[in-house]
Design a protein around this ligand. Sequence first.
Ligand code: SAH
Length: 386
Amino acid sequence: MNAAATKTNLLDLDREGLERFFADTLGEKRFRAQQVMKWIYHRHVTDFAEMTDLGKALREKLEQHAEVVPPKILFEKPAADGTYKWLLGMDGGNAIECVFIPDKGRGTLCVSSQVGCGLNCSFCSTGKEGFNRNLSTAEIIGQVWVAARHLGNVPHHQRKLTNVVMMGMGEPLLNFDNVVRAMALMRDDNGFGLANKRVTLSTAGLVPMIDKLSEQSDVSLAVSLHAPTDELRTTLVPLNKKYPIDQLMEACVRYANRKPRTSITFEYTLMKGINDDPSHARALAKLMRQLDNRVQRENAGKVNLIPFNPFPGTQYERSDDEAIRRFQTLLLDQKVLTMVRRTRGEDIDAACGQLKGQVLDRTRRQAEFRRRLEGGAPAQDRPDAA
Ligand code: SAH
């Protein structure tokens, strides 16, 4: 048997998993796990021989049983505005994209959770590529690792990477365990040391999984709403047929009640003549007020307006600046905290909904994925879940 095949990629393990690996597989003290994490995540070292504060015997044992393998960079590209995009190779010819967006005093990394996406939202180019498989924990945290090394990021000292948003390719709640494990590494002091609220998971609205997330993780939640009525939302986000808006808002009430210190972000992509009418703004404001009333707190939800980013073959257009301003003003008038997301990285196709990577063998898996989703199978049973 190939010896390498039996080695554990340490990027697949969160702190607890790594401590167990040290104790159970290597017969070592658990705290060694933290030393190794600092080498990997603070100093970007992958070669055990360079981990000089570990004894020679331990380094040899690590060589034998473990490896640190980040995703392969196939291509990297800076945009005129400082945005930076990586195309990362996964197995079997697949590739995913990951984008760094620097801004005043902060640096946000947009991370992918799946190769492609099976939800098929009509305005998203990732959906058009189809679904291939879930990413492993190593492939998710590996995106942060690649960016951190490129930036020379050192948690607590040289902090270039301050926020992570799970808003790249894929639906993170359909890859629950691997995403939760990777988000734990992002927030671990021996990992990337990010504050809980600076890690955001964005979902198209998988109601049961929102509840599960609130029980198992402490991150910020973003919900891709895009329309205030079921009729319209179903045409944009087909998942709405299974989890309509009232059920989604109920899940948000429960989430907000469990996480009293953070507000939920509602993403709303503005498309000309589709969902940018003043009547949509008023209906959206009403949903936000209802949420505040239910959880008895102001700004339990806030709105992030995203001007639509076009891609080849799309039937949608970006709303005019005037319509965007009017939409925002109507919401602000109703005391709804509302931001307009500035479009970044457009010249390298790195903006929201423009990530497409390379998704091979998608048709067969896509059909299977849909069948399971419609059957309501738990995430672990879905194709390629770890
Ligand atoms: N599946 C998750 C995360 C990926 S998309 C989700 O649905 O939330 C991240 C955000 O970009 C979502 O709000 C998504 O609806 C939005 N988006 C997708 N395509 C877009 C486009 N072409 N223009 C602007 N925003 C888009």
